[in-house]
Design a protein around this ligand. Structure first.
Ligand code: SF4
Length: 203
């Protein structure tokens, strides 16, 4: 068992090592490695797909529009963002140019496989009681390529590396809803999934 100080050092060491990662070509495209962050003994680890434009510039996960929506959803579900650890399956921003903008591009299987050891190391150190996969990339990377968020969202499943795993949508999917009504509906469903996490951990 690591001491709290030892765990801190381990996370810091991991972060430092990941900053120089060249295990796939995405380091050439992103500004920097965006490692996870949060409490050392976080009960909940939230795992997204990859950093976006703002995360890439800030070097921190979930600080852009999707991160702000995630903050609101966590608050609505009664979970303090300060009590969770947030990270992504892939630690560099993959993007394609569109005019002057950098548009999100989906990471491929090779990039996901190359980056997965960082997430496994984060899981080993933080040892969360519950892992929440935000979107299909995280769910399939952690639960297998046959996992379908559309069919199995909001349900607890077991995994060797966490007692409880639950998949839901990525907050960017809520933002992409076609109109206000759909966005409110998707937000409420997202909050309901997160509320199941809070309830399970309080039990
Ligand atoms: S995306 Fe992951 S595996 Fe690829 S270079 Fe960045 S940190 Fe390394």
């Amino acid at each position: 068992m690591h001491s709290r100080e030892g765990m801190g050092k381990t996370l810091a060491t991991l972060r430092e090592a990941a900053a120089g990662c060249r295990a796939c070509d995405l380091y050439k495209r992103g500004t920097q490695t965006v490692f996870g962050e949060g409490r050392l003994h976080a009960k909940v680890m939230l795992v997204g797909e990859q950093p976006g434009h703002e995360e890439d510039l800030a070097g921190r996960p979930f600080v852009g529009p999707a991160g702000k929506l995630l903050d609101r959803a966590l608050a609505a579900a009664g979970i303090d963002r300060g009590d969770v650890y947030v990270t992504n399956v892939v630690k560099h921003f993959k993007w394609e140019p569109r005019g002057k903008r950098r548009i999100h591009a989906k990471p491929n299987q090779t990039e996901i496989a190359a980056c997965l050891p960082w997430l496994q190391a984060e899981l080993d150190v933080v040892k969360p009681e519950a892992v929440v996969c935000l979107g299909a990339t995280a769910a399939q990377a952690l639960l297998g390529s046959r996992f379908r968020v559309t069919k199995e969202r909001g349900q607890w499943v077991k995994a060797p590396w966490a007692e409880r795993v639950l998949a839901t949508v990525h907050p960017s999917a809520v933002l992409r809803a076609p109109d206000d009504e759909a966005r409110h509906r998707e937000f409420d469903l997202f909050v309901a999934d997160l509320a199941r996490v809070r309830t399970a951990l309080a039990a």
